[in-house]
Write a protein that binds this ligand. Sequence first.
Ligand SMILES: NC(=O)c1ccc[n+]([C@@H]2O[C@H](COP(=O)([O-])OP(=O)(O)OC[C@H]3O[C@@H](n4cnc5c(N)ncnc54)[C@H](O)[C@@H]3O)[C@@H](O)[C@H]2O)c1
Length: 383
Amino acid sequence: MNVGVPKETAQGERRVALIPDVVGSLVEKGIEVALEAGAGAQAGHPDSEYGDAGASVGSADSAWGADVVVKVAVPTTEEIGRLRRGQLLIGHLAPLTSGATNEALASHGVTSLAMEAIPRITRAQAMDALSSQANVAGYAASLLAAREAGRFFPMMTTAAGTVAPARVLVLGAGVAGLQAIATARRLGAVVSGFDIRRAAWEQIASLGGRPLELEFIPDAEAEGGYARPLTEEENAQVREALAEAAAKQDVIITTAQIPGRAAPILLTRQAVANMAPGAVIIDLAGDSGGNCELTEAGETVVADNGVKVISPVNLPSDMAAHASQLYAKNVENLLALLISDEGSLSLDFDDEIVAGACITHEGEIRNERAARVTGSEQRATSS
Ligand SMILES: NC(=O)c1ccc[n+]([C@@H]2O[C@H](COP(=O)([O-])OP(=O)(O)OC[C@H]3O[C@@H](n4cnc5c(N)ncnc54)[C@H](O)[C@@H]3O)[C@@H](O)[C@H]2O)c1
């Protein structure tokens, strides 16, 4: 049984699917690891570290030819073309947005497990790459905002006068939002947060943030702890309240998403116009359409009043060392579920985690929601 780690090819992707520590523990269990030379370089791991951990470092062909191929970013159709029938691919696959990927994987007979589709159940927490990477993104978003805001986050008392702390509002208090709140608090900002799930209000407060309690929205927590989409009327009410709150903020970080749907628009043009010149919006939902009307994924848009709307599409890649460390651990924990004590691969489709994460198997798209996505959509960027 061997595991292949190809070099990531997506633009700007610096992460790697396995770090040397994890390679070491796989090798100890009798699993061989074939790494494409240079795969870990941008995450701070030269080939020599992988060699020392017991991997064989070589060509792309040897990595792509392994029984199990582990990746970070969504593979291109050319990359999928390197795979043969019966191989197992693990990585971000964007199964709900990239129909072309689903179809290419099925037509090549590849068994694929999407890291995004691992069920959010307690037993799978250690494999939950959505959470591990969202945590990194939330942290990086606050640092980016602090750098772009052109002002201090903490209050500063100096001989030249006292500077008021920055006011930061975080919209969407899931994993990324809560980490953004915690990080902005650590930097000394005055932070508030908003979510349509009431459970999140307490979590915002526990991190030292002030929950923006829009009582007129009933608790929107639905199945599996996720938010339900708001009605148009509720959305309009939220947007109006946020346009007013926006006027008082130096920074707004937005992370609101509902899996498999376009992100809700929370900040209108009017909300941006209400903000002071120099204010900054960091929109982490750009990939799924953005939470701000002005957002352009991957771009910085400067509004007429000078407010910057920044929508980074892959912040975890900016923190490639720790993002890769956490991702590699997620992958290792998933592999432990798939590999028997004797070191052979055995996929138990009665297991909720395997069944939930499996997108394609034996030429078919097994995941019902993925099967409904058409092939014309573009490859999505992983997060
Ligand atoms: N293994 C687990 O058990 C596990 C792991 C991670 C998350 N979860 C749960 O999943 C849920 C979502 O967490 P996530 O971090 O993946 O979130 P996410 O990235 O899917 O979405 C971010 C946040 O946006 C919020 N949101 C959606 N629409 C909104 C709107 N119109 N206005 C404001 N906020 C809006 C959501 O409620 C969520 O908190 C939470 O209940 C979390 O506790 C469970």
